[in-house]
Design a protein around this ligand. Structure first.
Ligand code: C2E
Ligand code: MG
Ligand code: MG
Ligand code: MG
Length: 291
């Protein structure tokens, strides 16, 4: 069914993978057992400070290494986990692992902010903030070192349950980021009231920056909007030097994308952050700081 391509790449699937009933059942039981079988891991992608050109934090991205199918992308298994009712367990594992990693890196002299992605199911359940607080305390990590990314469509879901969770997360001191901004339907009035510190512009706008006047106009406007609301703005999916230059000219605060680095396992991230960037296309000492 799947081919392994090695490295950081994902298994290739048949177009209708997971659609047939017996395959669904098999995947479901595989997914239920994946944590216990230690098949889940977090990869980390650097976020680069626009002014200083140095790493400011990382985004944790979940990876499932299936024994037969190889590495399965989160776009495939997260929706399945949500449908099968195991996203809460999976999300809790991510919180635990991210906090454990933060503590481990701190012991090695690497201090950063780690972003995790939250599913709407985690926000609707009560007790998320309490669980995060307990996990942070157990690993002796500051709340301000953890950032929660919530997609725009979910952030705009103005229900009592999600509202309460946003407020609780703010109260315990973790940072909030609105992910994939520009793909949903934001109410500007609601956005103004959200306890977020960061807006993350969706990759689709960054991709078209060089060629589409429209995309440039939207990104420019979003940067201004974010700054007017006192938010930091992040560009995701930066792949070229030209995109980087446009974003820096617009005073985008943080940049993230393959141009700098792909998501990578924790040990490689540590080496990368310490200056061993040979595996990646970018080299800050020449490309950002200019010499
Ligand atoms: P996202 O949070 O918007 O993450 C950005 C995605 O874009 C990641 O895909 C990342 O690997 C990819 N990316 C980063 N830079 C570039 C670039 O320059 N070019 C291109 N083409 N892609 C780039 P990934 O890792 O496959 O994750 C996909 C989505 O899965 C994430 O989108 C997020 O919504 C979800 N996800 C990942 N980990 C978790 C998790 O732990 N929990 C939940 N609930 N969702 C997760
Ligand atoms: Mg994200
Ligand atoms: Mg995103
Ligand atoms: Mg996205």
């Amino acid at each position: 069914v799947a081919k392994r391509n090695g490295g950081n790449s994902f298994a290739v699937f048949e177009p209708h993978m997971g659609s047939d009933a017996s395959e669904q059942l098999e995947l479901q039981s595989d997914l239920r057992n994946a944590i216990q079988r230690q098949q889940m891991s977090l990869h980390y992608q650097p976020k680069i400070d626009g002014e200083r050109g140095s790493i400011i934090g990382v985004e944790a991205l979940l990876r499932w290494t299936h024994p037969e199918r190889g590495m399965i992308a989160p776009d495939i298994f997260i929706p399945l986990a949500e449908r099968f009712g195991i996203i809460i367990n999976l999300g809790n594992w991510v919180i635990e692992e991210a906090c454990r990693q933060l503590a481990e890196w701190r012991g090695m002299g690497l201090q950063m902010r780690v972003a995790i992605n939250l599913s709407v199911h985690q926000l609707r359940e009560s007790g998320l903030a309490e669980r995060i607080t307990q996990t942070l305390q157990r690993h002796n990590v500051q709340a301000s070192q953890l950032l929660c990314e919530i997609t725009e469509s979910v952030a705009m879901e103005d229900t009592q349950a999600t509202q309460r969770t946003f407020e609780e997360l703010r109260d315990i001191g973790v940072y909030l980021s609105i992910d994939d901004f520009g793909t949903g339907y934001s109410s500007l009035n609601y956005l103004r009231q959200l306890p977020a510190q960061q807006l993350k512009i969706d990759r689709s706008f960054i991709r078209d920056l060089e060629t589409e006047e429209d995309a440039r106009a939207v990104v420019h406007a979003v940067v201004h909007l974010a700054h007017a609301l006192g938010l930091r703005v992040v560009a995701e999916g930066v792949e070229t030097a030209a995109q980087r230059d446009i974003l820096l000219n617009m005073h985008c605060d943080e940049l993230q994308g393959y141009f700098y680095a792909k998501p990578m396992p924790a040990d490689r991230l540590l080496a990368w952050a310490k200056g061993d960037k040979q595996d990646d296309q970018a080299d800050f000492s020449t490309s950002i700081l200019g010499g």
